[in-house]
Design a protein around this ligand. Sequence first.
Ligand SMILES: [Ca+2]
Ligand SMILES: [Ca+2]
Ligand SMILES: [Ca+2]
Ligand SMILES: [Ca+2]
Length: 180
Amino acid sequence: MGQGSERDRRRRPPWWWGLALAAVLGAWPSAAGAQVNFRVARSFAAGERPTSVALGDIDGDGDLDIATASGDYADPGNVSVLLNAGGGGFAPPRSFAVGDLPKSVALGDIDGDGDLDIATANRESNDVSVLLNTGGGSFAPAQAFAVGSRPYSVALGDLDGDGDLDIVPPTENPTTCRCC
Ligand SMILES: [Ca+2]
Ligand SMILES: [Ca+2]
Ligand SMILES: [Ca+2]
Ligand SMILES: [Ca+2]
């Protein structure tokens, strides 16, 4: 990599900054630094103090919906699901209870029935909540799975290659990464 390109790289904001802008404003910065036009941001209510967001076609109608993890020390943990209403709009959030102080949310077909389910990493209850999709944007009550101390993130992937999704919640004290 040449000196000029290294200087350009340092001038650019970190990758997550661009991702946040794109999510809120509906545009993406050009790689060449050309002029970019942004739309006016639109806000949609979710739970208290949302900490994480995941996008996926939750109700299976072909458009992207939103799931956020919310909660703090004063409020119970929950996931808000906002179904895409078209034209950049979303229906009012539906709230589903999860463990305490969820810090991360992920979408994936955990039970293999073709629809997207939800997993959250719950920092204060030291567990992962799994909510199975029952169709139409609704979910069954959360199932809790104990993990290590203070999980702060969650990812889904078929780690053992048996065809189903496994859950990876990195934890603190000590730092570990477990597979459920
Ligand atoms: Ca949808
Ligand atoms: Ca499913
Ligand atoms: Ca289902
Ligand atoms: Ca698996």
